[in-house]
Design a protein around this ligand. Sequence first.
Ligand SMILES: [Zn+2]
Length: 159
Amino acid sequence: MDGIYETRKATSPTNGEPTMELDEQIFKHVIKYRNKSLQALIRLCDGYFNSFIRTRDKNKLCLCCGRAKIEHACHFKSAGVYKSLRWNEINVNGGCAQNNIWKGGNLDSYRVGLIGRYGEEAVLELDRLASEEKKNGFHLDRLKIIETIITYRNKLKPN
Ligand SMILES: [Zn+2]
């Protein structure tokens, strides 16, 4: 299974059913971004996704330490290692600057916080997706990134 696709299906306002409107948006953006490198698209997507996470969690406390206020979007499974979990809404949560700088240093308390917020099944699913990527790799193509950019840009739009 494909982590990003699953995330999109679970969170998209259309439940993963492509609509004419979305297809048209994707088509427009494929053209608009045609000169952007894959890395530039990833950075653009990070910007939209991370600001979605900070907005979603703005009234919560840091998931790792449970004390400090939210300053960053923090990955549980590293974005650099796991492409399939880079824009996964359970894998990424608002955290304080200290936890984000420590990176791997505070993963045990991150896990405890994740289980508290989403339940053990959801965290085991992240483990499963991570080991699947380790075993089979994960291909991140331009279309998937563009679809993810549009998804989070739309979510950030005020209603
Ligand atoms: Zn913290």
